[in-house]
Design a binder for this molecule. Structure first.
Ligand code: HEC
Ligand code: HEC
Ligand code: HEC
Ligand code: HEC
Length: 505
């Protein structure tokens, strides 16, 4: 017979095992906690200074957001009408050259690319010309305002009006970091903040305090710092004759309200070289058009679609690869919509197709109106005879441009965009009826021929641009002045310290 074990020994064994299990458990839980701490306790690697313009410095503390943001440098994604590839819009649509005759946009105009290209693209575009020194060139310093976080840095250092003063070339060695963190974030709290005074001032004139907006509204307003209509106003009290960046919203955001604002001040961006009409150039009223759409009405923000939440290794973050949401319908749309990707893409394309069909017709009408007005001048028309016609041309083209330049507008607000095209078609037709009457009065018979503007080159020749000269000036600039800017900037930035917090071994 086997001898029974003493019950006391059994109990001892039992309690001994319990203690070991308990200690092991404690150990395991402390290990996982440590690991969690390592992963989730935020240890800033560097101290980020106020208005730190260098994105890579912020990137040391926020590597995931930084890495996704830097993907805006990619340029190989194309949707039916948009995407991030370099597209020469004047080649795609040579009518634009005639619509903008006498203005910089007829020299070159490319479709917007990702934020990481903002500085390179403004160097390369023919519109900024080929300056040879700090006081040379066609554009004012104001043109840098939407290109990157060196802008708030300089405004803070030297003053806002002082920033806008002088020529674009004055700030070539100063504005060198592309759009980035300090444009949208506070350096200490990382909260979203507005870095561009023009937006704050425009809301102030409407009686609204920028701090009164909700967090959700801020997720659109950070974009509205740049994706908005603006003009350079030398008559503002604080402007003192400087090209002061101003949003024309004192009467409201609608196309008619901005038009009335410009008309009242007799403002024009340029005089059309063929029709002599006093023209307005719409910049990119993306935010204004978005406000009229159903998504804005339901509280969907720009960031909801263009900066969706992502999940990587169990960590949730905001995708900073700002681009066409069609590249990632799953995260951008399916948070709210249950339809399949193909259906949602089809919805977007259908709206764009229908609108672009009408926009093309409208462009032809406005080109004809310019050419017919040119003919009327040639036949000796008087200012008085032309006055109403030129105002019609101004209004028709302003409304067309509001549509064309509101990138994404055909999706953001298809109904409003169609309405605006409708009003523009009517005004353009009226201008042409008046022109037909006047041309008959002046003894002209038959139709004024439509110019051969089947290619960009032909159109540029037709409006009298010397492209060879412009290209040569740009090449010289890139060979001579641009490297000097870059060298100076490197030298200056090498003296800006990066302060390590020392928390990292
Ligand atoms: C165009 C504006 C914009 C720019 C530029 C920008 N961010 Fe953001 N960022 C946002 C928005 C919008 C959110 C979401 C904030 C929210 O809803 O609370 C965000 C969120 C964040 C967060 C919070 C965590 C998260 O992922 O949601 C961090 C950290 C961050 N950004 C870092 C950066 C860094 C680093 C850069 C520069 C490389 C940068 N951001 C550039 C708009 C911007
Ligand atoms: C500081 C000015 C600025 C801010 C702030 C800004 N943008 Fe931009 N954005 C630009 C400029 C300039 C370009 C064109 C860059 C180029 O073509 O080189 C651009 C381009 C884009 C593009 C086209 C990129 C592509 O791949 O097709 C999208 C989409 C876009 N921005 C969306 C947004 C959204 C959404 C926000 C807010 C979360 C925002 N932007 C905030 C200035 C800004
Ligand atoms: C945060 C939620 C949200 C996100 C994200 C969102 N939507 Fe919507 N969408 C809505 C709401 C709400 C409506 C209005 C429908 C209603 O109220 O019945 C709407 C309406 C629409 C409509 C019909 C309105 C129209 O313009 O004719 C389309 C099409 C649409 N969404 C497509 C998209 C696509 C494509 C995306 C992604 C790029 C997207 N939505 C992202 C919430 C969202
Ligand atoms: C409901 C989703 C949604 C919202 C909200 C939204 N967008 Fe878009 N956006 C889109 C879609 C879809 C397109 C069309 C993309 C395409 O054609 O490839 C687009 C296109 C654009 C483009 C042109 C993109 C390109 O590749 O050139 C810009 C710029 C843009 N949006 C900026 C904004 C800004 C700024 C806001 C807020 C004021 C905003 N969007 C709000 C879905 C949205």
């Amino acid at each position: 017979m086997e001898k029974k074990r003493n019950p006391i020994v059994n109990w001892l064994l039992f309690f001994g095992t319990m203690v070991v299990v308990f200690i092991l458990g404690l150990l395991a839980s402390s290990i996982t906690e440590r690991r969690a701490e390592e992963e989730f306790t935020f240890k800033p690697e560097v101290k980020i200074a106020e208005w730190e313009p260098r994105n890579e410095v912020w990137g040391k503390n926020y590597p995931i957001e930084y890495a996704s943001y830097m993907k805006t440098a990619e340029s190989d994604y194309k949707t039916k009408y948009n995407g991030n590839a370099m597209i020469d819009m004047l080649e795609v649509d040579p009518r634009l050259v005639v619509l903008w005759a006498g203005y910089g946009f007829s020299k070159s105009y490319n479709q917007g690319r990702g934020h990481a290209h903002a500085i390179t693209d403004i160097h390369n575009i023919l519109r900024t010309g080929g300056p040879t020194n700090e006081t040379d060139g066609p554009m004012p310093a104001t043109c840098w305002t939407c290109k990157g976080p060196d802008v708030p840095r300089l405004m803070d250092q030297n003053g806002v009006a002082e920033f806008y003063a002088g020529k674009w070339s004055r700030l070539g060695s100063e504005v060198v970091n592309h759009i980035g963190c300090a444009d949208c974030h506070n350096n200490e709290t990382m909260e979203l903040q507005i870095s561009r005074p023009a937006l704050i001032e425009a809301f102030q004139r409407q009686g609204k305090d920028i701090n009164s907006f909700t967090h959700n509204e801020m997720r659109s307003l950070v974009c509205a710092q740049c994706h908005v209509e603006y003009f350079f106003d030398p008559d503002r009290p604080e402007a003192k004759g400087i090209q002061y960046l101003t949003h024309p919203w004192d009467k409201g955001f609608k196309v008619e309200e901005m038009e009335a604002y410009y008309d009242e001040r007799n403002f024009s961006d340029w005089t059309h070289s063929i029709s002599k009409a006093p023209m307005l150039k719409a910049q990119h009223p993306g935010y204004e058009v978005y406000l009229t759409g159903v998504h804005a009405a339901r509280g969907v923000s720009c960031a909801d679609c263009h900066m969706p939440y992502m999940s990587e290794g169990g960590r949730k973050y905001t995708d900073h690869h700002i681009q066409s949401p069609l590249a990632n319908v799953e995260n951008s749309c399916m948070v709210c919509h249950k339809e399949k990707t193909e259906q949602l893409v089809k919805d977007v394309y259908e709206r764009q197709d229908r609108i672009i069909e009408n926009r093309d017709k409208l462009e032809e009408l406005i080109v004809r109106a310019h050419v017919e007005a040119g003919k009327a001048w040639e036949l000796g028309a008087t200012e008085a005879q032309m006055k109403d016609i030129l105002i019609d041309i101004r209004h028709a083209q302003w409304r067309w441009d509001y549509v064309a330049a509101s990138h994404g507008g055909s999706f953001h607000s298809p109904v409003e965009i169609s309405r605006v095209i409708g009003t523009s078609l009517t005004i353009a037709q009226e201008a042409r009826i008046k022109l037909a009457r006047l041309l008959t009065e002046l003894g002209h018979k038959g139709e004024v021929p439509y110019p051969d503007i089947s290619t960009k080159e032909k159109a540029q020749k037709y409006v009298g641009l010397d492209m060879e000269k412009l290209n040569k000036e740009k090449e010289d600039f890139k060979k001579n002045l641009l490297p000097v800017w870059m060298e100076k900037a490197k030298e200056r930035e090498s003296k800006m310290p990066i302060v390590y917090t020392g928390t990292q071994e």
